[in-house]
Design a protein around this ligand. Structure first.
Ligand code: MRU
Length: 368
């Protein structure tokens, strides 16, 4: 099954799934065959596939391939539903911070238990599961395109004094981090398509270099005017007046708007506030966790020290002194008071007061 573009991180057709090994980008384009949920779990934990939406979709489809290719299943429809639920719980344990994965698991469990209520055959449960997982793949792309379009028109309106916009982004939030098009990078794509983009700036995003390896790869691929900067150069770039807006993705947004995203996002938000540059989060509603009142409750993943002590995300040569202890949180939380707006596929969430968003109210309104 051939990928339609070198930016396609998930290649799926019923019964077969390949994931682009993002650890090898941009120098090598290698697709790994994913046979089942165990392969899916390892691909997520080892960052073969990464980015909150792509993690959720790869997990769901890894199990879809497993149940499609099951030689035999001796059990009832209830057994099939619990088989799926156990595998989903296992997949959710691959990485803790991005909520999209547990959100997808909850929705897929609802589908299988609803199917189990009426179906007698285990096969009908597997069929219902596969169809629901496939819909998630499709819906993600259309949701990202909606985020892009809302974001571009909102920025055009907000920053009407700027002829063309220079936008800074962090980590990778493009086609590689989703099922296609991207969230924050989707907004940059849409602004570019509208002819309103002066330049995109992307940070290196140490230690796993999602910016220099993946975002730069996508921007060059799409001929979008772009410049790579070191993470530590962002404040100086803002001070030079070369940034009109900052747009980042999200792994988990609490009900008050506090947002967990790639480590380094909080520093960018502080710099942006200091330089009076609007700081936006672009994320699908599946990245919002209304069960959390604030960012204090978000579990932050800590990853291997080798990601800092060795190059290539920990897979390359040693670059740090032996014996040094390491703290390697993969994400941080940006408080709502530093965020100007949250761009979703249902519109832009703006603030009711300077410090917080009422996301529950927004979600209720758009769900009507
Ligand atoms: O560790 P990663 O590469 O999975 O972190 C990814 C991010 O922080 C992204 O900004 C976020 O998941 C949004 S992707 C659309």
């Amino acid at each position: 099954m051939e990928p339609v573009s070198s930016l396609q991180s998930i290649c799926y057709k019923r019964g077969s799934l390949q994931l682009l090994d993002q650890r090898k980008l941009p120098l090598e384009t290698i697709y790994l065959d994913i046979q089942d949920a165990a392969d899916g779990w390892s691909a997520i934990r080892d960052m073969v596939v990464r980015g909150a939406p792509a993690i959720a979709i790869a997990a769901a489809l890894s199990l879809a391939v497993e149940v499609f290719n099951l030689k035999a299943f001796n059990g009832t429809s209830d057994d099939a539903a619990s088989f799926i639920n156990k595998k989903l719980e296992y997949l959710v344990s691959s990485r803790p911070t991005a909520v999209n994965l547990s959100d997808a698991a909850t929705k897929l469990k609802e589908v299988t238990s609803k199917a189990a209520a009426t179906a007698s055959e285990a096969q009908s449960i597997f069929q219902a599961y596969i169809e629901a997982a496939e819909i998630m793949l499709k819906d993600d792309v259309s949701s990202n395109k909606a985020i892009g379009s809302y974001g571009a028109s909102f920025l055009q309106h907000q920053l009407k004094n700027s002829k063309r916009l220079s936008i800074l982004t962090h980590c990778n939030t493009g086609s590689l981090a989703t099922a296609g098009y991207g969230t924050a990078l989707g907004v940059i794509r849409a602004v570019h398509t509208e002819g309103l983009l002066e330049r995109a700036y992307c940070t290196e995003t140490r230690p796993f270099n999602q910016g220099s390896r993946l975002t730069a790869f996508e921007l060059v691929h799409d001929n979008i005017p772009a410049t790579l900067i070191a993470d530590s150069a962002a404040a100086a770039l803002m001070k030079d007046g070369r940034v009109d807006a900052v747009i980042v993705g999200a792994d988990r947004v609490a009900a008050n708007g506090d947002t967990a995203n790639k480590i380094g996002t909080y520093s960018l938000a502080l710099c942006a506030m200091n330089h009076k540059i609007p700081f936006y989060v672009a994320a699908p509603l599946t990245s919002i966790d209304l069960s959390l009142t604030s960012g204090k409750e978000i579990v932050i993943e800590e990853r291997s020290p080798k990601e800092l002590t060795h190059s290539g995300g920990g897979l390359g040569e040693q670059v740090a002194a032996s014996g040094i202890s390491v703290w390697n949180p993969a994400f941080d939380v940006t408080p709502a008071n530093l965020i100007a707006g949250i761009i979703t596929e249902k519109g832009v969430i703006t603030k009711m007061s300077s410090d917080a968003f009422d996301i529950k109210d927004f979600v209720q309104k758009v769900d009507q």
